[in-house]
Design a protein around this ligand. Structure first.
Ligand SMILES: C[S@@+](CC[C@H](N)C(=O)[O-])C[C@H]1O[C@@H](n2cnc3c(N)ncnc32)[C@H](O)[C@@H]1O
Ligand code: SF4
Length: 345
């Protein structure tokens, strides 16, 4: 990454969060050579101290809600292709009930991510869902992750009328590799994304921030330069990153491993992140794509009862004691990201 790109990324990080101190730390740790510090004893000491402090009072910052687990793509790195859960769309009523219940117990939530293991734009009511949150909780940031294949002009206009904070376009390839990577039509996707960016500009809107992502596998590792060159001046940010193994369940042709492994310590997601599947189940972690570890269902229990219940508290306690032998955690390769997560919000 050259200096110009680094400055662009820094600006994007600033817009994304707004808190300069937090975002500065996160940026330095993720993007500059100082990231090597993350593996050091002094970093781990600070990290442990932060976790201990934050674990005293449960104040989650992120809510990820799966509006649908149906997908129109066949990405080779995504567990969706083997997912056994029943595929459906969460109806508006259940969505609204879920949001209200979580926000009642946890006004600490700052960001809602309307995406799960599926393509969020398959849900014809996604705009209605975003508008519901905008109306009831105008300060909340809403993010979505999409493959953009269904982002036609109409839905682009509708999304641009909402107060969406960030939209991530997962493109994962160039003309040569895209079809193999995602099973979708490259030209159509690129046209959709370029139209969205153009319309945002014409409407003189700064939001949503547009991030374009590429996950590097063996199959597309030669694409990185071309991808970066094509998108860097079009989007607010380009993210190129290594894949996760989805808690050991996904067969991946790793091109590069996660930059370096920090020594494992309790994962911030257990305190900071509420993940809700399409049925309304709070699940232990966003890596649990089969919803194997259900903590309780938000449609018949309050958020606090579930997110501070015995099941999750036992897992938290075990992780604080250095025990990662529970299912999902025992095969998870996400410890690098999760240690940086503390600095985001
Ligand atoms: C599961 S998808 C769901 C949303 C939407 N269908 C999309 O592709 O953006 C959410 C994000 O996970 C990413 N993803 C898929 N497989 C992954 C893997 N093995 N490691 C890390 N991220 C992955 C996708 O590229 C996408 O950015
Ligand atoms: S990464 Fe997204 S688009 Fe690709 S299969 Fe998974 S859910 Fe679908």
């Amino acid at each position: 990454m050259n200096l110009k790109h680094l400055i662009k990324e820094a600006k994007y990080y600033k817009k994304l969060d707004g808190n300069l101190r937090r975002i500065g730390i996160k940026f330095i740790l993720a993007k500059t050579p100082l990231k090597k510090w993350v593996n050091s004893t002094s970093y781990i000491l600070i990290y442990k101290k932060r976790i201990k402090k934050l674990s005293k009072k449960i104040r989650p910052k992120f809510l990820q809600i799966e509006n649908t687990n149906i997908c129109n793509a066949r990405c080779i790195m995504c567990p969706h292709t083997s997912m056994k859960r029943k595929q459906k769309i969460m109806d508006q009523k259940k969505f609204e009930k879920t949001i209200k219940r979580v926000l009642k117990d946890y006004p600490s939530i700052k960001t809602i991510i309307i995406t799960g293991f599926g393509e969020p734009l398959i849900d014809k009511e996604i705009v209605k869902k975003i508008k519901f949150i905008n109306r009831l909780y105008p300060k909340l940031q809403i993010d979505i992750y999409t493959n953009a294949s269904l982002l036609d002009k109409k839905i682009a206009e509708e999304l641009l009328k909402t107060k969406l904070h960030k939209i991530n376009f997962s493109i994962n390839g160039t003309k040569k590799t895209y079809k193999k990577m995602m099973g979708l039509n490259y030209n159509k996707t690129v046209k959709n994304v370029l139209n969205f960016i153009k319309r945002r500009k014409e409407l003189k809107k700064k939001w949503p921030l547009v991030n374009i992502s590429l996950m590097i596998l063996k199959e597309n590792e030669k694409d990185v330069e071309e991808f970066q060159k094509f998108w860097i001046n079009k989007a607010d940010s380009v993210m190129i990153y290594p894949p996760s193994n989805w808690a050991g369940k996904q067969k991946i042709n790793f091109a590069v491993q996660t930059p370096f492994k920090i020594k494992r310590w309790a994962c911030n997601a257990l305190w900071q992140y509420i993940t809700i599947d399409v049925e309304g189940n709070l699940i232990m972690c966003c890596r649990d794509y089969e919803s194997k570890i259900k903590l309780g269902n938000i449609l018949n229990k309050n958020a606090k009862e579930i997110f501070e219940g015995k099941k999750i508290n036992d897992i938290r306690k075990r992780q604080l004691e250095g025990d990662f032998s529970m299912p999902i955690c025992n095969r998870c390769d996400n410890s690098f990201d999760s240690s940086l997560g503390w600095w985001v919000k």
